[in-house]
Write a protein that binds this ligand. Structure first.
Ligand code: SF4
Length: 245
């Protein structure tokens, strides 16, 4: 078994089996890989959708203006129930962009995506393929929490979409990892189940950016049997990025 895989499985809580007649291998702390530079082939996302942009032209905003626009956004009804907006975190020139669904309770309180137990598992998953959390860029489809963590509504996704599109354009990642069914379906404009969408390479519509879909860490906490499939997805996205170094 490859050392990287051993580290990942251990971090995710999957039992590592080893023959008794072999010496026990100590698992060292994983070392982050060198983060590749922005790929020239990562095309800027196309602006082919009907305009749902807020009054100001989001598609030309730089990071500061974009973050300010999100923080005061009232484009959809979710602004009235949020504690705060959850913009996104990480390396703004990351080769890997993680896109999830929407803030949950912890994220709404802390203003950061993927915190809490699911966030910790995501961090372990990233570390297993050589990334620290601050070496990727993490964002969500929605920047405000839907009440009681219900699924996002179509009009909410459409209202918030220009912000995510602009984030992707600014980051220009070499690959996107769509985390969970909602993220994968919305990014790929598909109604397929996550079990169907994962396990193969897609392209983010309107771009040349490769996209891999995988299970949400919150789901993996409930269904640890699926962690092995998530590991395959991570290996796939890791290969996509390292191919571009
Ligand atoms: S979810 Fe997006 S569009 Fe809706 S209020 Fe929040 S930032 Fe604005």
């Amino acid at each position: 078994m490859a050392e990287l895989q051993r580290q990942y499985l251990k971090a995710m809580g999957i039992d590592v089996w080893q023959r008794r007649d072999l010496p026990v291998v100590e698992v060292p702390q994983s070392q982050p890989v060198t983060v590749p530079q922005v790929s020239e082939s990562a095309a800027i996302i196309a602006n082919s959708e009907p305009s749902t942009a807020p009054t100001a032209d989001v598609s030309t905003m730089e990071w500061g203006a974009l973050q300010r626009a999100v923080s005061t956004c009232e484009r959809c009804s979710l602004h009235s129930t949020r504690t705060q907006t959850v913009f996104g975190v990480g390396d703004k020139q990351a080769s890997l962009m993680i896109i999830g669904e929407a803030p949950g309770g912890d994220e709404d309180r802390q203003g950061e995506p993927f915190v809490g137990r699911a966030g910790q598992l995501l961090n372990e998953m990233l570390r297993a393929i050589g990334f620290k959390r601050d070496q990727v860029y993490i964002a969500n489809i929605l920047k405000c929490r839907p009440p009681h963590n219900r699924d996002p509504k179509v009009d909410e996704v459409n209202c918030c979409d220009p912000y995510l599109k602009r984030q992707i354009t600014l980051v220009q990642p070499a690959a996107v990892l769509a985390v969970g069914r909602i993220a994968a379906q919305n990014l790929l404009k598909s109604s397929e189940r996550i079990g169907v969408l994962r396990g193969r390479e897609h392209q983010l519509p309107g771009t040349k950016i490769p996209l891999i879909a995988t299970y949400h860490p919150a789901y993996l906490l409930r269904s640890p049997i699926e962690k092995r499939k998530a590991w395959q997805d991570l290996q796939q996205v890791h290969a996509l990025i390292t191919d571009k170094i």
